[in-house]
Design a protein around this ligand. Structure first.
Ligand SMILES: Cc1cc2nc3c(=O)[nH]c(=O)nc-3n(C[C@H](O)[C@H](O)[C@H](O)COP(=O)(O)OP(=O)(O)OC[C@H]3O[C@@H](n4cnc5c(N)ncnc54)[C@H](O)[C@@H]3O)c2cc1C
Length: 458
């Protein structure tokens, strides 16, 4: 499989950049329509709004263009968002929505310059009901979780980047804490969205249930989420269990992990790391050197059962602490890549899934130089008859980065083994949802002004 032609895609997208006259006219109208505090053309603001977590990929960092947003708007509410998009459409200026900029595929990078809309100013939690919360796109998970807890509930699913926004998670994320029980964004988490199209109507478009699907992980190309209603679950008291296994006992550690995945209620998180990967984490007595680490966020009253599962498979419990729940979350999902690359900038990551991660780890590691495995529990498929049967592991494969050819050759070898690989080194949208995203983009953004360069050419 060849590496995507990112430099060529960026060059094509940059042809959509607004000319100086269009930009000047747009800016004039924008500053007349919105409070001056909401609009910035300062270089520092444009730069800050034009970068995201793409630095986690050595390939993306190498090809990101020097081009920045021409102007940044930070609307305070949906009315201001509608105004900014209406004016951008009138002047044919490209528009990229943005939350906290923690997405790691360069999905929030404005390849054609133009307008970046920073949604973090529209961050109100609007209403909490029984099983749902309605909030503006810029609300962070810290705020959403706090609001839900005041009503005895919690967010069903959230990314480990808890300071990120609900709009950014729906626009660019996939799953995270809670995914063992509730699956992915696409699995009924999203109940309704208010979406600003380009051009916008008088009010946002309201979509419900499956009608929300084309807006999920769509990088804003089908519309800008103004508000979202997502699922809550009853709040539970949890604690973090950190355990370790001998370095060669991958089978024991993953069997123990699978035992935890079958618990009811399920853990909010179960992670397993190769002993070699632990060396890239900060020193911690609960992550003993030279041993595989298993970490879980479980219901407090499940600790005796969890301990039994760990010791039955040759492991030992290193620590049990409610205070460590947040910390353990920062040793999961892409926080692992962040920590590993901080310690070893020569590493790069792939998102992987499938049975061979558990049943044939040596063959998986052999596909790339110096490869190390990290697993996170997930609901990998839906099984209505028995929800526990859909629970398994996905994860990350960290390996030494040599060049794109070695990496993509490794991806081919992994796929030949039956490993499911999601390439995190491209900003182009893909996957089974792409046809639906294409149709919605054509209907909602006929001029292709929303986040140019992210929707692959048909
Ligand atoms: C260390 C680390 C750990 C991570 N862990 C996880 C994880 O556990 N699970 C996970 O899914 N992701 C994870 N991510 C990716 C990312 O942090 C999350 O998906 C996060 O929720 C994105 O939110 P944000 O506010 O930063 O969005 P941004 O990065 O600002 O935006 C993400 C995408 O959504 C678009 N977008 C932003 N706002 C809107 C909107 N209102 N309407 C439409 N589109 C919009 C942007 O254009 C961009 O394409 C991780 C990233 C890092 C760096």
């Amino acid at each position: 499989m060849p590496a995507p032609e990112l430099a060529a895609i960026a060059a094509t997208a940059s042809r959509r950049a607004p000319g100086p006259a269009a930009l000047a006219a747009f800016l004039g109208d924008l500053t007349a329509a919105l409070h001056p505090d909401r609009v910035s053309t300062l270089e520092a603001a444009r730069l800050a709004a034009s970068r995201d977590g793409a630095y986690l990929s050595p390939l993306l960092s190498a090809v990101l263009p020097e081009r920045f947003a021409d102007v940044v708007v930070r609307p305070a509410d949906t009315a201001e968002l509608l105004t900014a998009v209406r004016l951008a459409h009138a002047h044919r200026v490209p528009v990229v929505p943005r939350g906290r900029g923690t997405g790691n595929y360069a999905q929030a990078v404005p390849l054609a310059g133009g307008l970046v809309i920073d949604l973090t100013g529209a961050d109100r939690v609007l209403e909490v009901g029984n099983g749902w919360i309605h909030a503006e796109a810029g609300a962070t998970f810290v705020a959403l979780e706090a609001a839900a807890r005041r009503h005895g509930q919690e967010i069903a699913m959230l990314p480990t980047t808890v300071g990120s926004t609900i709009g950014g998670f729906l626009g660019g994320g996939a799953g995270g804490l809670g995914s063992i029980e509730h699956g992915w964004l696409w699995d009924g988490f999203v109940l309704a969205l208010d979406v600003v199209t380009c051009p916008p109507g008088d009010a946002p478009l309201r979509v419900h249930g499956r009608g929300c699907l084309p807006y999920l992980h769509a990088y804003g190309v089908t519309g800008i989420i103004a508000t979202a209603t997502v699922r809550l679950a009853p709040a539970r008291q949890r604690t973090a269990v950190l355990a370790s296994f001998p370095a060669a006992e991958w089978a024991g550690a993953t069997s123990a992990g699978q035992g935890l995945l079958r618990l009811d209620p399920p853990p909010r998180l179960v992670s397993v790391d190769d002993a070699t990967l632990i060396e890239t984490y900060p020193a911690d007595p609960a992550l003993p050197s030279g041993r595989i680490s298993l970490r879980a966020v479980v219901d407090a009253d499940a600790v005796p059962t969890v301990t039994k599962a760990i010791t039955a498979h040759g492991g030992q419990v290193e620590s049990v602490s409610a205070e460590a729940v947040g910390y353990v979350s920062t040793l999961a999902f892409n926080h692992v890549t962040l920590r590993a690359r901080k310690a070893r900038p020569d590493l790069c990551h792939l998102q992987v899934g499938g049975e061979p991660l558990v049943s044939d780890p040596d063959a998986v590691r052999a596909c790339l130089p110096g490869a190390m495995l990290h697993l996170d529990g997930l609901r990998t498929h839906l099984d209505a008859a028995d929800p526990r049967r859909g629970r398994g592991f996905g994860g990350l494969l960290l390996s030494e980065f040599r060049d794109a050819a070695t990496l993509y050759d490794g991806i081919d070898r992994l796929r030949d083994l039956g490993v499911h690989v999601i390439d995190p080194h491209t900003w182009e949208l893909g996957g089974p949802a792409l046809p639906g995203i294409r149709d919605a983009a054509a209907a909602n953004d006929p001029l292709g002004l929303l986040n140019p360069g992210k929707l692959p050419a048909a």
